[in-house]
Design a protein around this ligand. Sequence first.
Ligand SMILES: C[S@@+](CC[C@H](N)C(=O)[O-])C[C@H]1O[C@@H](n2cnc3c(N)ncnc32)[C@H](O)[C@@H]1O
Length: 255
Amino acid sequence: MSRSKAQQIFGDNASAYANSSVHVRDDSLDIIEQMLSGYRFDTSIDVGTGAGFTALSISNISKTVLASDPTRPMLEQTLDASMKTNSPNISVIQNVAEQIPLSNCSIDLVTCRKAGHHFPEFKKYIKECSRILKPQGILVLADSISPENNKLEDWLNQIELERDPSHIKNRKLSELNMILELYGFKTVEQQSTKIHLSFKSWVDRTGVSTSYIEYLKQKFIDADAEIQEAFDIQFSNNDIQFAWPCIVMKCVKSV
Ligand SMILES: C[S@@+](CC[C@H](N)C(=O)[O-])C[C@H]1O[C@@H](n2cnc3c(N)ncnc32)[C@H](O)[C@@H]1O
């Protein structure tokens, strides 16, 4: 089987993701835990699990967790973490989000954090969530999004694509809402936050070459005031700090 761009990038950089502070824990994971506090689930799946941080979190409130990802080295990081944290209720499955090898109406909870912007066919993925979830099942999405303004959306997606060829799209909230509604999901809770990033670790994570790093840095320097303000761009300590908007949504399958 030939590896997709995502499998190449994530496969080659799996340990960098396993040690990335913005993936280990950040506001989005705290918000997911708040939104799910008090729930207990039989069978849950974490899609695009990466090094398994969200799968580990929901293993405390689920009898069984399937940690799903197409990239084998990422699943190995997840297995490693589940052993180190003594979480025997996590097992891994290798598949893309757009084709989940599970029966109709068999799952109680689907989570997906910081992965949806890598899915080439996001609509198909949401359709799969609707198929595998039981009626009234819960879908929690947490992901970077674009502002509604087209210029800001283009700048963000362009620079992300240049840093990471596996980037597909940070969608606008309006687009996410439209897709969720199309497949019968009702959003019952929603919280905005930001993903705070530093330029050096952001480029390191996808293995950007030295000459290309300078090119990307220049794009931040050349960004106009509207872009700098929208993404909290700041230059300090020989690095660049910035933030992408992020949304966490709790949705119920209501068809
Ligand atoms: C940034 S990591 C995920 C982080 C993780 N969810 C967490 O909470 O720390 C993105 C993951 O998406 C996966 N991915 C890329 N394309 C995918 C697809 N079409 N379907 C499912 N997962 C995909 C990658 O292999 C990678 O492991």
